[in-house]
Each structure stands twice: as structure tokens, then as C-alpha cells.
Design a protein around this ligand. Structure first.
Ligand code: ADE
Length: 274
């Protein structure tokens, strides 16, 4: 996959895409990230890329011409057409499902804004999709583009050390991930190393371990992100596991709850550790 990024800060991507999974994917030739700086297409001495807004108000807006010019160059750099994706808080929310579908593309062009944003006429003319990484405002699209590159890059076969890792991620099946425990090498007696680890994980019974992991994923999603569960259709086996988790959770918290004022009751949706 080739990702072109239009940005006023190419050095940000030089560093961010050199390390970790994305760095490895680039080294292995699975992914290439190419940056384009609109300043290089500016026509004046000061290499300006922004101007004051029509209608007045604070801040500057990125102008049409330099952006159009570099976007066209990026598009023409390869014969395969590439959708132009603008990262902005007004965009559609990025989800794992969206990431999976983008990772199937041979190419995409990411457009990063700065200042108050980009002239709407350029967006109307060239942008195919607008994506947001969350309901908060960053000072530019670079961090959001970097998040997207990481999420997409790690899905390419061979980018992750273990091909199964991505399948086990949070959201891969619509649920949050289960807890994980390291095989600690801290020394000490065997029972100290395994203290606090759920016994089923030490059993060697892979069917039971898979079932425990699914139950924890269901339970965590119920506790922390009930909105995700509400959108899913669970089969009968999953419904049974979730019901067992709920019963155990409620029984565990019953004793604590009896002595508590109502305001401190554990809430199912807050994601706090208990
Ligand atoms: N640019 C600024 N804020 C952003 C956000 N939340 N998502 C994507 N791009 C952004």
C-alpha cells in the first residue's frame, strides 16, 4: 500500500513512520509513506499557504492553490487512483471496521490541515472522505493521520510479528480485548510467578482458555462499552457466557455494594478498574 500525506510538517512523518510496526511494514516493502509539502507549491516569496478568512474572525485558513497543486502531484505520482481523505474533527468517526476497509486499498492520500482549517472550495473539489479520530480538537491533522497510518499499516500481512495478533485485538470482533498476563521471568518460586493469574490460563486446555477469553471480552465490553454490545447480535453460546460473567460480577460486587452510599455504586459503563 502507498500512502501519500499532504502536510506542512513532513518531518513529523519521517520520524513517526520509521519506528514500530509501521517502520517494519515500510522496511518489508508492505507500505510506503510519501509526504508532500504545500509550501513547495506556493507561488510567492514567503511560500504562503494560508490567508485571513472571508467574513472576518480570528485565525487563518489554508488556501486552495498550493493544496490543489500538491494534491494533483500526489495523485499523478502513480497510475492507481487514490481517494483523498481529509482528517478533521467534522469527519465521520474512524472505527476498526473503517480501518479494515481502508487497509484493502492499494493507495490513499491523507490531507492534514492546520490553522482554522482548509478553504471549503478545495474540500468540495478534491476530498472524497473526511475522517475524525474522536470528538476532540487537535491542532492539526498530522497526529490523526499518523493514527490512521498505524491502524491501517498493522493490518498488512507480515507487519505484525505474529499474524494472529490483529485478529485478537480489541474491536477485531466488535468486542474489547480480554486481559493478558505475562509469563513473568522475575525469578522466585513458581507460585509467586503465577500469583494473580486466572488458573484457567495455566491449565493448558486451549478450548477452555478460548472460552474464558471470549467471556472476559464480552464482560469487559458490557462493563466499559455497553454501546458496542447494544449494536451486536450475540449467538447463544456468547449470550450464555455473558450471562455467566454478569452473575459472577454482580455476586462479587454485592458485598461491597451493601455498605456503600448510592453515589458510589459501581456503574456498568465507566470503564473503571474494579
Ligand atoms: N484534526 C483536528 N482534530 C482532529 C480530529 N479529532 N480528528 C481528525 N483530525 C483532526
Amino acid at each position: 500500500m502507498r500512502i501519500d500525506v499532504v502536510t506542512l510538517f513532513p518531518q513529523f512523518f519521517a520520524e513517526a513512520t520509521r519506528i514500530g510496526v509501521v517502520g517494519r511494514a515500510q522496511e518489508r516493502g508492505l507500505l510506503s509513506v510519501v509526504t508532500w509539502n504545500p509550501r513547495d507549491a506556493a507561488s510567492d516569496l514567503h511560500r504562503s499557504v494560508d490567508d485571513r478568512t472571508f467574513g472576518g474572525g480570528p485565525g487563518m485558513v489554508m488556501t486552495v492553490e498550493p493544496l490543489r497543486s500538491v494534491l494533483k502531484q500526489a495523485q499523478a505520482a502513480e497510475a492507481t487512483p487514490a481517494p483523498v481523505i481529509y482528517l478533521s474533527p467534522q469527519g465521520e468517526r474512524l472505527t476498526q471496521r473503517k480501518v479494515e476497509s481502508l487497509s484493502q486499498l492499494p493507495r490513499m492520500i491523507l490531507l492534514c490541515g492546520r490553522y482554522e482549517g482548509i478553504d471549503e472550495r478545495l474540500l468540495d473539489e478534491i476530498v472524497d472522505q473526511e475522517l475524525s479520530i474522536g470528538d476532540y480538537v487537535l491542532s492539526g491533522g498530522e497526529l490523526a493521520a499518523s493514527v490512521l497510518i498505524d491502524a491501517v499499516g498493522r493490518l498488512h500481512d507480515g507487519a505484525l510479528g505474529d499474524a494472529d495478533s490483529a485478529k485478537q485485538d480489541s474491536f477485531a470482533n466488535g468486542l474489547l480485548d480480554c486481559p493478558h498476563y505475562s509469563r513473568s521471568r522475575r525469578g522466585g518460586a513458581q507460585d509467586q510467578q503465577t500469583a494473580g493469574v486466572p488458573p484457567v490460563l495455566l491449565s493448558g486446555n486451549h478450548a477452555l482458555i478460548a472460552q474464558w477469553r471470549l467471556k472476559q471480552s464480552l464482560g469487559r465490553t458490557w462493563l466499559r462499552r455497553p454501546d458496542l454490545l447494544a449494536r451486536m447480535e450475540l449467538d447463544q453460546a456468547a449470550r450464555k457466557l455473558l450471562e455467566a460473567f454478569r452473575q459472577e460480577y454482580l455476586a462479587d460486587h454485592e458485598t461491597a455494594r451493601q455498605g456503600w452510599p448510592a453515589a458510589n455504586m459501581p456503574k456498568a459503563s465507566q470503564g473503571q478498574r474494579s
